[in-house]
Design a protein around this ligand. Sequence first.
Ligand code: NDP
Length: 479
Amino acid sequence: ASANIGVVGLAVMGSNLARNLASREGNTVAIFNRSHAKTEALLAEHPEAGFVPTASYAEFAASLQKPRTAIIMVKAGVPTDAVIQSLVDVFEPGDIIVDGGNAYFPDTIRREKAVRETGINFVGAGISGGEEGALLGPSIMPGGSDESWVTLGPILRSIAAIAEGEPCVTHVGHDGAGHFVKMVHNGIEYADMQLIAEAYDLIRRGTGKTPAEIADIFAEWNRGELESYLIEITAEVLRQIDAETGQPLVDIIVDQAGAKGTGAWTVQTALALGVPVSGIAEATFARSLSSHPEQRAVAAGLPGPEDEFEVEDTDAFIEDVRLALFASKIVAYSQGFDEIRAGAAEYDWQIDLGAISKIWRGGCIIRAQFLNRIADAYAAEPELPALLTAPYFADALSRGQAAWRRVVIAAAQAGIPAPAFSSSLSYYDGIRAERLPAALVQGQRDFFGAHTYKRIDKEGTFHTLWSGDRTEIEAEDTH
Ligand code: NDP
């Protein structure tokens, strides 16, 4: 046994992760792939990595020092289950199996439970950063037992991205905690992308600026409080000219956004937990709306506003959009962290929200300056009930709210869809409202379903005899 770590699954993510591992001091990496040709190709292309190639699961297990540690990077779903079973067959108690794929967290909870019965440790680890992150340093969100973290921690720390001197990895919590947090990361990523897209659309249609000019605006924004990987790549995409037509590439790409499901998982889970992640939901639905060309073709004839959209003061409008983007982004992150907090409570995970914001500062798709402010907020108040109420964010919202309202009004008047901007503003106004029309909803519920209500002026649970004489009685709580 000559390797201290192994990788199963040598497609783009697995081979890059294996190369990353091999490049770190002290690591010898065993590699295995179902079709052996990929193993041989990786070995031939990267002789410098000193890989230990293996042609069967038994050989793979024999090449690993104990406790054996293997990271699986294969297709999520059934393939992952198949590979886990194959490893369980050849591993021994105390060994560690890590699933680095994009698993749905309930699957990870199930797998951890099943594997644990064999005495083998199972760790679901969310890995973000795409191909480049896997090679140069991803953000890693591992779950699993404390015991497995003792062996795995130093290995993962050695390959993770570094942000401000700290590796972008932390032991998130037990069983599915890592994949849960990775899921919410992706949900926030959806919201962040949609908000940027709405900002672009409003500026383009409101000012007539070209994509290249808007690229300059994003590049400028990237030097301020919006500084982030997504703003940076947005400028790159907008600047790109299609070689074939000479047009901006963004005008050539079909306007239908795909999705691999993690946004939908984030929203489904939030619905089950009762957490309003409206920004993430709108971003997910915006992709769905874009992807129905048959409906869009029929609906394209529906009327919009009569007046042309014309912005009077271009610079002021662009600054308004920037402020609206920042405010909406605060809402999206606040909602995402709310979901993590609720998930931790539901599944009994001890998740340090400040540590999560820190490991997202490097390697992953939502990496941004902004995450330092989130870390500060949780350092100052670990039990912060809503991120957007932390002083830095509350101040940014207060600075931006007037602009935010102007932008949402402008979008509505111009007939430009801005679902994430406007739902984020509604969330802000909802969460800060002293009184909500939920009182009326509860009254309606009591009317048709005797669902009862509480009173603002005394303890207890009440029901009005709506179909009788409409007097009020004390009732059992059936909220
Ligand atoms: P793919 O998701 O395309 O998976 C291909 C790999 O899975 C190949 O090694 C393939 O082996 C193996 N595989 C498929 N079915 C089986 C099976 N039944 N038994 C054994 N092996 C099987 O690869 P990626 O590198 O794109 O992604 C790997 C994982 O990482 C996925 O879970 C993905 O969701 C996740 N991920 C991907 C990111 C990305 O940017 N691509 C980012 C973050 C996570 P063979 O060569 O024999 O077909």
